[in-house]
Design a protein around this ligand. Structure first.
Ligand SMILES: NC(=O)c1ccc[n+]([C@@H]2O[C@H](COP(=O)([O-])OP(=O)(O)OC[C@H]3O[C@@H](n4cnc5c(N)ncnc54)[C@H](O)[C@@H]3O)[C@@H](O)[C@H]2O)c1
Length: 370
Protein backbone atom coordinates (compact mmCIF):
# COMPACT_ATOMS: atom_id res chain seq x y z
CA UNK A 1 0.00 0.00 0.00
CA UNK A 2 1.20 3.51 -0.68
CA UNK A 3 -0.15 6.89 0.30
CA UNK A 4 0.53 10.09 -1.59
CA UNK A 5 0.07 13.42 0.03
CA UNK A 6 -1.14 15.84 -2.64
CA UNK A 7 -0.22 19.28 -1.34
CA UNK A 8 -2.19 21.97 -3.10
CA UNK A 9 -2.08 24.99 -0.85
CA UNK A 10 -3.28 28.04 -2.71
CA UNK A 11 -3.02 31.77 -2.34
CA UNK A 12 -5.76 33.21 -4.50
CA UNK A 13 -6.31 36.83 -5.40
CA UNK A 14 -9.81 37.14 -6.82
CA UNK A 15 -9.97 40.92 -6.37
CA UNK A 16 -11.77 42.91 -9.03
CA UNK A 17 -13.21 46.32 -9.80
CA UNK A 18 -16.82 47.40 -9.86
CA UNK A 19 -17.23 50.45 -12.05
CA UNK A 20 -20.34 52.55 -11.54
CA UNK A 21 -21.19 55.04 -14.26
CA UNK A 22 -23.18 55.88 -17.36
CA UNK A 23 -22.99 54.26 -20.80
CA UNK A 24 -19.97 52.16 -19.98
CA UNK A 25 -19.87 50.15 -23.22
CA UNK A 26 -16.83 51.99 -24.58
CA UNK A 27 -15.10 51.66 -21.20
CA UNK A 28 -15.63 47.89 -21.36
CA UNK A 29 -14.02 47.72 -24.83
CA UNK A 30 -11.12 49.96 -23.72
CA UNK A 31 -10.52 47.75 -20.67
CA UNK A 32 -10.49 44.61 -22.81
CA UNK A 33 -8.02 46.25 -25.20
CA UNK A 34 -5.90 47.23 -22.21
CA UNK A 35 -5.70 43.58 -21.07
CA UNK A 36 -8.57 43.11 -18.61
CA UNK A 37 -8.69 39.43 -19.56
CA UNK A 38 -5.14 39.08 -20.86
CA UNK A 39 -4.74 38.07 -24.49
CA UNK A 40 -8.19 36.61 -24.94
CA UNK A 41 -9.68 37.46 -28.31
CA UNK A 42 -12.88 35.41 -28.26
CA UNK A 43 -15.99 36.48 -26.39
CA UNK A 44 -19.38 34.86 -25.81
CA UNK A 45 -21.85 37.65 -25.07
CA UNK A 46 -24.68 36.08 -23.05
CA UNK A 47 -27.92 37.99 -22.71
CA UNK A 48 -31.71 37.63 -22.67
CA UNK A 49 -34.33 38.45 -25.29
CA UNK A 50 -35.23 41.84 -23.75
CA UNK A 51 -31.70 43.09 -23.17
CA UNK A 52 -30.40 41.97 -26.58
CA UNK A 53 -31.85 44.85 -28.62
CA UNK A 54 -31.41 47.37 -25.81
CA UNK A 55 -27.74 46.89 -24.87
CA UNK A 56 -26.18 43.54 -25.88
CA UNK A 57 -26.37 44.16 -29.65
CA UNK A 58 -24.34 47.33 -29.15
CA UNK A 59 -21.62 45.61 -27.09
CA UNK A 60 -21.52 42.73 -29.56
CA UNK A 61 -21.15 45.18 -32.48
CA UNK A 62 -18.39 47.11 -30.72
CA UNK A 63 -16.43 43.91 -30.01
CA UNK A 64 -16.69 42.92 -33.67
CA UNK A 65 -15.69 46.39 -34.86
CA UNK A 66 -12.60 46.09 -32.69
CA UNK A 67 -11.55 42.84 -34.32
CA UNK A 68 -12.63 40.38 -31.63
CA UNK A 69 -14.26 37.06 -32.45
CA UNK A 70 -17.61 36.94 -30.73
CA UNK A 71 -21.06 35.41 -30.64
CA UNK A 72 -24.28 36.60 -29.12
CA UNK A 73 -26.07 33.89 -27.13
CA UNK A 74 -29.64 34.83 -26.29
CA UNK A 75 -32.21 33.05 -24.12
CA UNK A 76 -35.83 34.03 -23.33
CA UNK A 77 -36.07 36.75 -20.65
CA UNK A 78 -37.32 35.86 -17.18
CA UNK A 79 -36.67 33.81 -14.06
CA UNK A 80 -38.12 30.67 -15.64
CA UNK A 81 -35.08 30.62 -17.94
CA UNK A 82 -32.66 30.33 -15.01
CA UNK A 83 -32.44 26.56 -15.38
CA UNK A 84 -29.98 23.77 -16.01
CA UNK A 85 -31.51 23.52 -19.51
CA UNK A 86 -30.56 27.11 -20.35
CA UNK A 87 -27.08 26.50 -18.98
CA UNK A 88 -26.83 23.48 -21.26
CA UNK A 89 -28.10 25.55 -24.21
CA UNK A 90 -25.37 28.18 -23.64
CA UNK A 91 -22.70 25.50 -23.23
CA UNK A 92 -23.80 23.58 -26.33
CA UNK A 93 -23.83 26.77 -28.38
CA UNK A 94 -20.33 27.61 -27.22
CA UNK A 95 -19.09 24.07 -27.94
CA UNK A 96 -20.65 24.11 -31.38
CA UNK A 97 -19.02 27.45 -32.17
CA UNK A 98 -15.60 26.17 -31.20
CA UNK A 99 -15.09 27.92 -27.87
CA UNK A 100 -12.23 26.38 -25.91
CA UNK A 101 -10.54 27.63 -22.77
CA UNK A 102 -9.12 30.77 -24.40
CA UNK A 103 -12.39 32.64 -24.24
CA UNK A 104 -14.29 34.98 -21.97
CA UNK A 105 -18.01 35.25 -21.25
CA UNK A 106 -19.60 38.69 -21.02
CA UNK A 107 -22.96 38.68 -19.22
CA UNK A 108 -25.10 41.62 -20.32
CA UNK A 109 -28.34 41.87 -18.37
CA UNK A 110 -30.01 41.50 -15.01
CA UNK A 111 -29.50 38.97 -12.26
CA UNK A 112 -30.82 36.05 -14.24
CA UNK A 113 -28.20 36.63 -16.95
CA UNK A 114 -25.31 37.32 -14.56
CA UNK A 115 -26.18 34.32 -12.34
CA UNK A 116 -26.39 31.85 -15.20
CA UNK A 117 -23.48 33.21 -17.27
CA UNK A 118 -21.25 33.24 -14.19
CA UNK A 119 -22.18 29.61 -13.49
CA UNK A 120 -21.45 28.59 -17.10
CA UNK A 121 -18.09 30.40 -16.88
CA UNK A 122 -17.23 28.48 -13.71
CA UNK A 123 -17.66 25.07 -15.29
CA UNK A 124 -17.02 25.61 -19.03
CA UNK A 125 -13.64 24.04 -19.81
CA UNK A 126 -13.27 23.78 -15.99
CA UNK A 127 -13.44 27.54 -15.77
CA UNK A 128 -13.10 30.54 -18.07
CA UNK A 129 -13.15 34.23 -17.09
CA UNK A 130 -16.33 36.30 -17.14
CA UNK A 131 -17.36 39.93 -16.98
CA UNK A 132 -20.69 41.29 -15.72
CA UNK A 133 -22.37 44.23 -17.44
CA UNK A 134 -25.33 44.80 -15.13
CA UNK A 135 -28.48 46.40 -16.56
CA UNK A 136 -30.93 46.19 -13.64
CA UNK A 137 -30.95 47.82 -10.22
CA UNK A 138 -31.30 44.36 -8.72
CA UNK A 139 -28.17 43.10 -10.48
CA UNK A 140 -26.34 46.28 -9.47
CA UNK A 141 -27.47 46.03 -5.86
CA UNK A 142 -26.86 42.35 -5.42
CA UNK A 143 -26.77 39.70 -8.14
CA UNK A 144 -23.83 40.84 -10.28
CA UNK A 145 -21.52 41.55 -7.36
CA UNK A 146 -20.30 39.05 -4.80
CA UNK A 147 -19.56 35.99 -6.91
CA UNK A 148 -22.59 33.83 -6.18
CA UNK A 149 -23.78 32.11 -9.35
CA UNK A 150 -26.54 29.55 -9.75
CA UNK A 151 -29.56 28.14 -11.53
CA UNK A 152 -32.99 27.32 -10.12
CA UNK A 153 -34.52 23.86 -9.90
CA UNK A 154 -38.21 22.90 -9.62
CA UNK A 155 -37.67 22.40 -5.86
CA UNK A 156 -36.32 25.90 -5.15
CA UNK A 157 -34.22 28.79 -6.44
CA UNK A 158 -30.43 28.89 -6.62
CA UNK A 159 -29.80 25.38 -5.31
CA UNK A 160 -27.19 24.45 -7.93
CA UNK A 161 -24.28 26.78 -8.50
CA UNK A 162 -20.87 27.92 -7.37
CA UNK A 163 -18.92 30.81 -5.98
CA UNK A 164 -17.15 32.37 -8.94
CA UNK A 165 -15.81 35.90 -9.05
CA UNK A 166 -15.96 37.99 -12.25
CA UNK A 167 -13.01 39.83 -13.76
CA UNK A 168 -14.88 43.12 -13.51
CA UNK A 169 -18.42 44.40 -12.98
CA UNK A 170 -19.85 47.36 -14.86
CA UNK A 171 -22.90 49.03 -13.32
CA UNK A 172 -24.40 51.15 -16.06
CA UNK A 173 -26.93 53.41 -14.37
CA UNK A 174 -28.25 54.79 -17.65
CA UNK A 175 -29.68 51.32 -18.42
CA UNK A 176 -32.10 51.76 -15.50
CA UNK A 177 -34.00 54.31 -17.63
CA UNK A 178 -35.48 51.54 -19.76
CA UNK A 179 -36.41 49.36 -16.78
CA UNK A 180 -40.13 48.93 -16.21
CA UNK A 181 -41.19 50.40 -12.84
CA UNK A 182 -41.94 46.94 -11.47
CA UNK A 183 -38.32 45.88 -12.12
CA UNK A 184 -36.92 49.05 -10.56
CA UNK A 185 -39.06 48.36 -7.48
CA UNK A 186 -37.80 44.78 -7.39
CA UNK A 187 -34.22 46.09 -7.21
CA UNK A 188 -35.23 48.51 -4.48
CA UNK A 189 -36.13 45.58 -2.22
CA UNK A 190 -32.47 44.46 -2.08
CA UNK A 191 -31.42 48.09 -1.67
CA UNK A 192 -33.78 48.58 1.29
CA UNK A 193 -32.49 45.28 2.71
CA UNK A 194 -29.00 46.79 2.77
CA UNK A 195 -30.34 49.76 4.75
CA UNK A 196 -32.04 47.37 7.18
CA UNK A 197 -28.97 45.27 7.89
CA UNK A 198 -26.20 47.85 7.92
CA UNK A 199 -27.03 51.51 7.65
CA UNK A 200 -29.91 53.47 9.15
CA UNK A 201 -28.76 56.64 7.34
CA UNK A 202 -28.95 54.83 4.00
CA UNK A 203 -32.41 53.48 4.91
CA UNK A 204 -33.61 57.05 5.57
CA UNK A 205 -31.91 58.35 2.40
CA UNK A 206 -33.76 55.80 0.26
CA UNK A 207 -37.05 56.72 1.90
CA UNK A 208 -36.50 60.47 1.46
CA UNK A 209 -35.38 60.18 -2.17
CA UNK A 210 -37.87 57.64 -3.48
CA UNK A 211 -39.30 59.98 -6.15
CA UNK A 212 -35.84 60.79 -7.45
CA UNK A 213 -34.97 57.08 -7.60
CA UNK A 214 -38.06 56.40 -9.75
CA UNK A 215 -37.05 59.35 -11.96
CA UNK A 216 -33.56 57.72 -12.27
CA UNK A 217 -31.94 60.92 -11.03
CA UNK A 218 -28.17 60.65 -11.72
CA UNK A 219 -26.92 61.83 -8.34
CA UNK A 220 -29.31 59.75 -6.25
CA UNK A 221 -28.89 56.60 -8.35
CA UNK A 222 -25.11 56.85 -8.28
CA UNK A 223 -25.28 57.23 -4.51
CA UNK A 224 -27.49 54.19 -4.04
CA UNK A 225 -25.38 52.08 -6.43
CA UNK A 226 -22.28 53.09 -4.47
CA UNK A 227 -23.84 52.42 -1.04
CA UNK A 228 -25.19 49.04 -2.18
CA UNK A 229 -21.70 47.96 -3.21
CA UNK A 230 -20.24 49.29 0.03
CA UNK A 231 -22.66 47.36 2.24
CA UNK A 232 -22.35 44.18 0.21
CA UNK A 233 -18.57 44.34 0.04
CA UNK A 234 -18.02 45.05 3.71
CA UNK A 235 -19.67 41.67 4.21
CA UNK A 236 -18.34 39.66 1.24
CA UNK A 237 -14.72 40.69 1.82
CA UNK A 238 -14.94 39.20 5.32
CA UNK A 239 -16.83 36.03 4.39
CA UNK A 240 -16.74 35.25 0.67
CA UNK A 241 -18.06 31.69 0.99
CA UNK A 242 -20.97 32.39 3.35
CA UNK A 243 -19.67 30.49 6.33
CA UNK A 244 -20.97 33.06 8.80
CA UNK A 245 -21.32 36.82 8.39
CA UNK A 246 -22.43 36.67 4.73
CA UNK A 247 -25.66 35.05 5.90
CA UNK A 248 -26.83 38.52 6.94
CA UNK A 249 -27.31 39.35 3.23
CA UNK A 250 -30.02 36.72 3.41
CA UNK A 251 -32.34 38.93 5.44
CA UNK A 252 -35.83 38.60 3.99
CA UNK A 253 -34.74 35.70 1.78
CA UNK A 254 -35.74 32.75 3.99
CA UNK A 255 -39.38 33.63 3.50
CA UNK A 256 -38.74 35.51 0.22
CA UNK A 257 -37.17 32.66 -1.75
CA UNK A 258 -39.88 30.29 -0.56
CA UNK A 259 -42.63 32.69 -1.71
CA UNK A 260 -40.88 33.20 -5.06
CA UNK A 261 -40.96 29.45 -5.75
CA UNK A 262 -44.46 28.79 -4.34
CA UNK A 263 -45.82 31.70 -6.44
CA UNK A 264 -44.56 29.86 -9.53
CA UNK A 265 -42.44 32.98 -10.23
CA UNK A 266 -45.52 35.21 -10.57
CA UNK A 267 -43.74 37.38 -8.03
CA UNK A 268 -40.41 38.91 -9.04
CA UNK A 269 -37.41 38.15 -6.85
CA UNK A 270 -37.47 41.58 -5.19
CA UNK A 271 -41.24 41.46 -4.67
CA UNK A 272 -40.87 38.14 -2.86
CA UNK A 273 -37.97 39.53 -0.83
CA UNK A 274 -40.12 42.55 0.11
CA UNK A 275 -42.77 40.30 1.66
CA UNK A 276 -39.94 38.30 3.25
CA UNK A 277 -38.52 41.48 4.83
CA UNK A 278 -41.91 42.24 6.38
CA UNK A 279 -42.25 38.68 7.70
CA UNK A 280 -38.75 38.67 9.12
CA UNK A 281 -38.95 42.10 10.80
CA UNK A 282 -42.18 40.89 12.41
CA UNK A 283 -40.34 37.80 13.59
CA UNK A 284 -37.60 40.04 15.00
CA UNK A 285 -40.28 42.03 16.82
CA UNK A 286 -41.80 38.85 18.25
CA UNK A 287 -38.39 37.77 19.52
CA UNK A 288 -37.71 41.21 21.04
CA UNK A 289 -35.03 42.51 18.64
CA UNK A 290 -37.21 45.11 16.89
CA UNK A 291 -40.02 47.41 17.97
CA UNK A 292 -43.50 47.83 16.50
CA UNK A 293 -42.23 51.18 15.15
CA UNK A 294 -39.41 49.39 13.25
CA UNK A 295 -41.97 47.02 11.70
CA UNK A 296 -44.08 50.00 10.64
CA UNK A 297 -41.09 51.83 9.09
CA UNK A 298 -39.98 48.77 7.11
CA UNK A 299 -43.50 48.19 5.74
CA UNK A 300 -43.86 51.90 4.92
CA UNK A 301 -40.61 52.19 2.95
CA UNK A 302 -41.44 49.03 0.97
CA UNK A 303 -44.89 50.38 0.13
CA UNK A 304 -43.32 53.67 -0.92
CA UNK A 305 -41.10 51.61 -3.23
CA UNK A 306 -44.32 50.15 -4.74
CA UNK A 307 -43.58 46.70 -3.38
CA UNK A 308 -45.99 44.15 -1.91
CA UNK A 309 -46.00 43.79 1.89
CA UNK A 310 -48.46 40.92 2.36
CA UNK A 311 -48.61 37.35 1.14
CA UNK A 312 -51.00 37.21 -1.84
CA UNK A 313 -54.18 35.17 -1.30
CA UNK A 314 -53.34 32.71 -4.08
CA UNK A 315 -50.33 31.45 -2.08
CA UNK A 316 -50.90 28.28 -0.07
CA UNK A 317 -49.41 29.28 3.30
CA UNK A 318 -48.93 25.70 4.50
CA UNK A 319 -47.00 24.93 1.30
CA UNK A 320 -44.95 28.04 2.05
CA UNK A 321 -44.09 26.80 5.55
CA UNK A 322 -42.90 23.49 4.03
CA UNK A 323 -40.90 25.32 1.38
CA UNK A 324 -38.95 27.16 4.10
CA UNK A 325 -37.02 23.91 4.63
CA UNK A 326 -35.35 24.26 1.20
CA UNK A 327 -33.47 27.29 2.55
CA UNK A 328 -29.71 26.83 2.58
CA UNK A 329 -29.45 28.10 6.15
CA UNK A 330 -31.39 25.07 7.45
CA UNK A 331 -29.14 23.05 9.76
CA UNK A 332 -29.91 19.63 11.24
CA UNK A 333 -33.43 19.99 9.85
CA UNK A 334 -34.04 23.25 11.77
CA UNK A 335 -35.16 26.55 10.26
CA UNK A 336 -32.73 29.41 10.88
CA UNK A 337 -33.44 33.12 10.38
CA UNK A 338 -31.30 36.22 10.10
CA UNK A 339 -32.81 38.90 12.34
CA UNK A 340 -32.68 42.68 12.28
CA UNK A 341 -31.62 44.54 15.42
CA UNK A 342 -33.72 47.64 14.96
CA UNK A 343 -33.05 49.33 11.63
CA UNK A 344 -29.47 49.42 10.36
CA UNK A 345 -28.06 46.58 12.43
CA UNK A 346 -28.27 42.82 12.66
CA UNK A 347 -28.32 40.35 15.55
CA UNK A 348 -25.18 38.36 16.28
CA UNK A 349 -25.73 35.22 18.35
CA UNK A 350 -23.45 33.00 20.46
CA UNK A 351 -20.42 31.62 18.69
CA UNK A 352 -20.43 34.29 15.96
CA UNK A 353 -23.67 33.00 14.46
CA UNK A 354 -25.89 35.32 12.44
CA UNK A 355 -28.88 33.04 11.98
CA UNK A 356 -31.04 31.86 14.87
CA UNK A 357 -32.92 28.55 14.97
CA UNK A 358 -36.66 29.26 15.02
CA UNK A 359 -39.39 26.67 15.59
CA UNK A 360 -41.77 25.78 12.76
CA UNK A 361 -44.71 26.91 14.90
CA UNK A 362 -43.22 30.39 15.33
CA UNK A 363 -42.45 30.65 11.61
CA UNK A 364 -46.01 29.49 10.81
CA UNK A 365 -47.51 32.07 13.17
CA UNK A 366 -45.65 34.88 11.35
CA UNK A 367 -46.62 33.55 7.93
CA UNK A 368 -50.27 33.30 8.92
CA UNK A 369 -50.18 36.90 10.19
CA UNK A 370 -49.18 38.75 7.01
N1 LIG B 1 -26.06 36.04 -7.22
C1 LIG B 1 -26.56 36.73 -6.24
O1 LIG B 1 -25.92 37.03 -5.24
C2 LIG B 1 -27.99 37.19 -6.36
C3 LIG B 1 -28.50 38.14 -5.47
C4 LIG B 1 -29.80 38.59 -5.63
C5 LIG B 1 -30.57 38.10 -6.67
N2 LIG B 1 -30.05 37.16 -7.51
C6 LIG B 1 -30.84 36.67 -8.64
O2 LIG B 1 -31.11 37.74 -9.53
C7 LIG B 1 -32.29 37.42 -10.27
C8 LIG B 1 -33.17 38.63 -10.35
O3 LIG B 1 -32.47 39.67 -11.01
P1 LIG B 1 -33.20 40.69 -11.97
O4 LIG B 1 -34.37 41.27 -11.29
O5 LIG B 1 -32.17 41.60 -12.51
O6 LIG B 1 -33.81 39.70 -13.06
P2 LIG B 1 -33.74 39.62 -14.65
O7 LIG B 1 -32.35 39.39 -15.12
O8 LIG B 1 -34.77 38.62 -15.03
O9 LIG B 1 -34.19 41.06 -15.14
C9 LIG B 1 -35.49 41.48 -14.91
C10 LIG B 1 -36.24 41.80 -16.23
O10 LIG B 1 -35.78 43.05 -16.72
C11 LIG B 1 -35.34 42.91 -18.08
N3 LIG B 1 -34.26 43.88 -18.22
C12 LIG B 1 -32.99 43.76 -17.78
N4 LIG B 1 -32.35 44.92 -17.95
C13 LIG B 1 -33.21 45.77 -18.52
C14 LIG B 1 -33.15 47.15 -18.89
N5 LIG B 1 -32.06 47.88 -18.65
N6 LIG B 1 -34.23 47.71 -19.46
C15 LIG B 1 -35.39 46.99 -19.65
N7 LIG B 1 -35.52 45.71 -19.28
C16 LIG B 1 -34.44 45.12 -18.71
C17 LIG B 1 -34.98 41.47 -18.23
O11 LIG B 1 -35.06 41.05 -19.56
C18 LIG B 1 -36.04 40.80 -17.34
O12 LIG B 1 -37.23 40.68 -18.06
C19 LIG B 1 -32.93 36.25 -9.57
O13 LIG B 1 -32.70 35.10 -10.32
C20 LIG B 1 -32.19 36.16 -8.25
O14 LIG B 1 -32.13 34.86 -7.72
C21 LIG B 1 -28.79 36.72 -7.38
Amino acid sequence: MSVFNVELKKVVDDSYEIEVGHELEQKLIDDIKAGLVGNIKKFAVVTDSNVKPLYADKIFGMLKDNGYKCDLIVFPAGETSKTRETKEFIEDTMLEKGYRRDCCIIAVGGGVVTDIAGFVAGTYGRGVPFINYATTLLAAADASVGGKTAVDTPLATNLIGLFNQPEKVYIDISTWRTLPQRQLSSGLAETIKHGCIADRKFFDYISENMDRIFAVDDEVCEHIAHENCKVKYQVVMKDELESGLREILNLGHTVGRAIETVSGYKLLHGEAVSIGLVAEVKLAEKLGYCTAEDVKLVAEILEKAKLPVAIPDYIDREALVKKLYTDKKVRDGKLRFVLQKGIGDIMEFDGGQYALPVSEDTAREIIMSI
